[in-house]
Ligand binder design. Structure first.
Ligand code: PLP
Length: 406
């Protein structure tokens, strides 16, 4: 197919959930992408914070190729080694005792909610309620969920119920009942909606889609205390900010607060679909065989890919370089002279540049000059490059940005 045939084919055969620009990508190498016309692009978006090791990493490619030739899928009805190897790495390097694998960020958050509900039911039984957390009239008593303004937790119905943006929610209502939204980074607002009926509070330690907003340590610490006081689980959605993106292995390490559940996805398998739900033993002990499942989840291919990513990203030197390069990129953006810039914020290589005007025209102009960016919300440009990006490549990207920002 040539470029025009691909674009026409997309119009004809695919459901129109995306407005794609007229570029067809053919291959990638490191932090660069190449389209069908041979144009080269510096990738500052990494497939929306996914390609942590960039494109075509030799070790990753070799591991995936070998594993694909050996075993790709057998279902979760049987034992395989790769998901045990990956789960062991995640457990040994986090607060968690156990892991459930799935296929995406949305699915990870769906799972987290189910686990929280089941855990809350088990707690209800302990409190002497009839069964599974039911009250005197047989109703479930501890089912409410707290989420926050500007939160993005995914597009499937449960995850969408926790996502704040009206535009995403409205066409699909009614959503999950019992979800309340408090103000992000406003502890009093969270306190006002907390009660013993809340089973879980879900929050992104650094909000991504909502415009790159880091939480304050006091906010996350306060949420931890509220959850403890009301016997609710604290869920950190680290689908975007987790696994090295912030210069810490887990974003919550920057805040000194530990969750009961953490969801991961985007970068974990370096470009293959994966999700993971990391839980404490207390949460895991409420889950029994048959409570949850997923056909493709934790297959040998993705889990082999993820081991390569994890082993590389979790190296202290790797994380330190992310932190240093992130600080350098922030510095370059903060010292850029432009009337357009309102604010620069973020952590590690997860940086938002807030504009006075809409982000989309600037993203398009940068792409035309060979720089791939992605917006977060209407007026924020999000910088989430491959974690392997170098200072020279950061300079290269900032120079293109300077040309187009005006
Ligand atoms: N949670 C966060 C914080 C995200 O940024 C995203 C995706 O952008 C999701 C959940 C949903 O992940 P997925 O698109 O893999 O379902």
């Amino acid at each position: 197919m040539n470029k025009e045939e691909v674009i026409q084919g997309e119009k004809q055969y695919l459901v129109h959930t995306y407005n794609r620009p007229p570029v067809v990508f053919e291959r990638g190498e490191g932090v660069y992408l190449y389209d069908t016309e041979g144009n080269k692009y510096l990738d500052f978006m990494a497939g929306i914070a996914v390609n942590a090791l960039g494109h075509g990493d030799a070790e990753w490619t070799a591991a995936v190729t070998t594993q694909a030739g050996q075993l790709t899928h057998v279902s979760n009805l049987y034992h395989t080694e790769a998901h045990v190897q990956l789960a062991r790495r995640l457990v040994e390097n986090s607060f968690a005792d156990r892991v459930f694998f799935c296929n995406s960020g949305s699915e990870a958050n769906e799972t987290a909610v189910k686990f929280a509900r089941k855990w809350a039911g088990a707690r209800g039984e302990e409190r002497g309620e009839k069964s599974e957390g039911r009250g005197a009239r047989g109703e479930r008593t501890k089912t409410r969920l707290v989420s926050f303004s500007h939160a993005f937790h995914g597009r499937t119905l449960g995850a969408l119920s926790l996502t704040h943006k009206q535009k995403y929610r409205e066409p699909f209502e009614p959503l999950l009942p019992g979800v309340v939204f408090a103000e992000f980074n406003d502890l009093a607002s969270a306190q006002a909606v907390m009660s013993d009926e809340v089973c879980a509070v879900i929050v992104e330690p650094v909000q991504g889609e909502g415009g790159i907003h880091p939480a304050t340590p006091e906010f996350l610490q306060g949420l931890r205390q509220l959850c403890d006081r009301h016997q609710a689980v604290l869920i950190f959605d680290e689908v975007q900010c987790g696994l090295g993106r912030t210069g810490h292995l887990w974003a919550h390490e920057a805040f000194g607060v530990v969750p009961d559940i953490m969801t991961l996805a985007k970068p974990l398998a370096g470009g293959l679909p994966i999700g993971a739900v990391l839980v404490t033993e207390a949460v895991a002990s409420a889950i029994e065989p048959g409570d949850h499942g997923s056909t493709f989840a934790g297959g040998p291919l993705v889990c082999t890919a993820a081991q390569v990513v994890f082993d590389r990203v979790s190296q202290p030197e790797f994380l330190q370089t992310v932190e240093e390069n992130g600080a350098y990129l922030q510095h370059r953006l903060k010292t850029m002279e432009s009337e357009q810039i309102m604010a620069v914020r973020g952590l590690g290589l997860m940086i938002g540049l807030e504009l006075k005007t809409a982000a989309a025209p600037l993203v398009a102009a940068a792409r035309d000059k060979g720089l791939m960016l992605v917006a977060a919300g209407d007026n924020v440009i999000r910088f989430v490059p491959p974690l392997i990006i170098t200072r020279e490549q950061i300079d290269e990207g900032v120079e293109i940005l300077e040309e187009v920002i005006g």
